[in-house]
Design a protein around this ligand. Structure first.
Ligand code: TYD
Length: 215
C-alpha cells in the first residue's frame, strides 16, 4: 500500500515546542509564563495539549484518561488522537508561522506507555513514524524531578485520573524512560531541574529561550 495519499505537508516555518515530565512536575505554570513572553513579542502562539487539542482528540482523551483498557488499546487511542491533532491543528499552525506550545506529545507515549506500562518500544517507534512521518518538536522541555516530590505536589491538588493514581514505581519508570529518550535525541531536549523553586525553574527556561535567540 502506498502511504502517499496520507502524506503530511512538509514545510513548517513555525516553531513547535513541547513540555514533558511526570505528573506534578509543574509544567502548566511555566507554559503560562512562556506563552505570555512569546505573545509580548507579537508572536502568534497556539497553546494546546495531548491527548487532545481537537474536538475528536478531546473525546478520545476522556476515554483514555478514565476508561480501563489494555496497553495496546491505550497506545492506539493516543496515536489516533495525535494524528487528528497534528493534521488539524499543529501542522496548519506551523505552516502559517505560529509558535505551537503543546503540553505533552510523543515523548509521553514512550515514557508512560513504554516505560510505565512496559509496552514494546519498537512498536511505538513504528506508530510514531506512521503518524508523524518526519515531524518532531523543535524543542522539548523535560521537567525532571523525583516522583516523591511530584506526588506530594499532586496530593492536595485534585481527583487523580488513571495515570495520576499510579504508584511511585510507575513514575520512576516513566521518569527513566523520558531520560533515555533525551539521551537518544539530545539536541532536541532541554532538561529542567523541576524540583527547584518556581522562580529558579522560570530562570532555567528563560536562559534556554534566550540561548535560542527567541527572547
Ligand atoms: P496531562 O495533560 O499532563 O494531565 P493533566 O491535565 O491532568 O495535568 O496528561 C494527561 C495524562 O495522560 C498524563 O497522566 C500522562 C498521560 N499520557 C500518556 O500516558 N501518554 C501520552 O502519550 C500522553 C500524551 C499522555
Amino acid at each position: 500500500m502506498s502511504s502517499q495519499p496520507f502524506a503530511l505537508p512538509q514545510t513548517t516555518p513555525g516553531v513547535f515546542i513541547t513540555f514533558e515530565g511526570i505528573d506534578g512536575a509543574g509544567k502548566t505554570t511555566h507554559m503560562d509564563t512562556l506563552e505570555r513572553l512569546l505573545q509580548s513579542q507579537g508572536r502568534e502562539v497556539v497553546r494546546t495539549r495531548e491527548p487532545g487539542g481537537t474536538p475528536l482528540a478531546e473525546k478520545l482523551r476522556a476515554l483514555f484518561l478514565h476508561d480501563a483498557m489494555d496497553p495496546l488499546t491505550e497506545t492506539l487511542l493516543v496515536f489516533a488522537a495525535r494524528r487528528d491533532h497534528l493534521t488539524q491543528v499543529i501542522l496548519p499552525a506551523l505552516a502559517r508561522g505560529a509558535w505551537v506550545m503543546c503540553d505533552r506529545f510523543t515523548d509521553a507515549t514512550f515514557a508512560y506507555q513504554g516505560g510505565g506500562r512496559g509496552f514494546d518500544l519498537q512498536i511505538l517507534g513504528t506508530l510514531e513514524g506512521w503518524v508523524q512521518e518526519r515531524h518532531q518538536p523543535d524543542l522539548t522541555f523535560l521537567f525532571d524531578l523525583p516522583p516523591a516530590v511530584a506526588a506530594s505536589r499532586l496530593a492536595a491538588a485534585r481527583q487523580p485520573d488513571r495515570f495520576e493514581a499510579q504508584d511511585t514505581a510507575f513514575f520512576e519508570r516513566v521518569r527513566q524512560a523520558y531520560l533515555r529518550r533525551r539521551e537518544q535525541q539530545p539536541e532536541r531536549f532541554a532538561l529542567i531541574q523541576a524540583d527547584a523553586s518556581p522562580e529558579a525553574v522560570a530562570e532555567q527556561i528563560l536562559h534556554i529561550v534566550q540561548a535560542k535567540g527567541w527572547a
